[in-house]
Design a protein around this ligand. Sequence first.
Ligand SMILES: [Zn+2]
Length: 323
Amino acid sequence: MPEIVGNAQLRADLQTMRRGNHLPHALLLHGERGCGKKLLAKWFAMLVLCEHPEQAPCGQCRACRLVQEDAHPDVMWAEHSGKRMGFTVDTVREIRREAAVLPNNGEMRVFLFADADGMSIQAQNALLKSVEEPPAHSCFVFTTETVGALLPTLLSRMTAKAVFPVSEGECVAALTRLSYPADDVQAAVSRFGGNIGRCIAYLSDEMQRKAAETAAALTAALAQVDEYTLLQLLTAAAADKDLLRRTLELLDMQIRDAAVFSLNGEFRRLGCDRAAAEALSARLSPRRAMRMHGAITEAFADLESNVGAVLTATALCAALSAQ
Ligand SMILES: [Zn+2]
């Protein structure tokens, strides 16, 4: 049984629905990256297929175990493909065909579309009918970062549930149970709060850790108008395109956090350094934040179209420094 931490109300609601035999036929789990949506989607598949409705998901029965091992014949994850790693119309058609077929083992078939943010409009339209009038034995689960990622027509036919990061205490406990050293756990949680997925990425992936440290230092350099350090950090990250991409992804979130803070005086952080984001917010008009976000988006496009990483980093430094 995968350990699920937090989101207790969400799970209790779905379990009540299961006992009452009225689970949604289409479920959207939305929330920031790393907060456990895919794990919850799998948990939901267990809930649907578990052989003991009263205790579902029991984690013990054959159905639960097969889902857990990604081996249940009635659970199917839609395959990502293409440049944006979305779902093609062909993939959707295949799932539609599958959805019409009766279950192999149990009473239901579960189709999962993880990270559906990049799903094309055509693919969403192709899914519409299946989600609107699903075969009685099929249900669909989607995960996205935002509710707005899906077309309103598709969204209106599903039950949407928000997934949240857990408390920092719960996160520390969960990471400690995974046997990470206490000091590292503290460092991860101070960067990413109760977002367990992001903490694990930080703890288990050297490059992700480097990206987080660099993005935090870049935010501080921007707050101090230290162009020299900014350029040094960006060119160092440009030694590896992937590192630069990851760093910029986090820097973009730092700028988002700073912008939200300057508007509201509070924020639920998405970035990796709350204090640096707060410091930057003093220098950030909404217009400048938008310009910085635009400059980062442009840098991503340059990297995509094979502009050299160092050149991209230098141009970005100039754009970010412009007041
Ligand atoms: Zn079970």
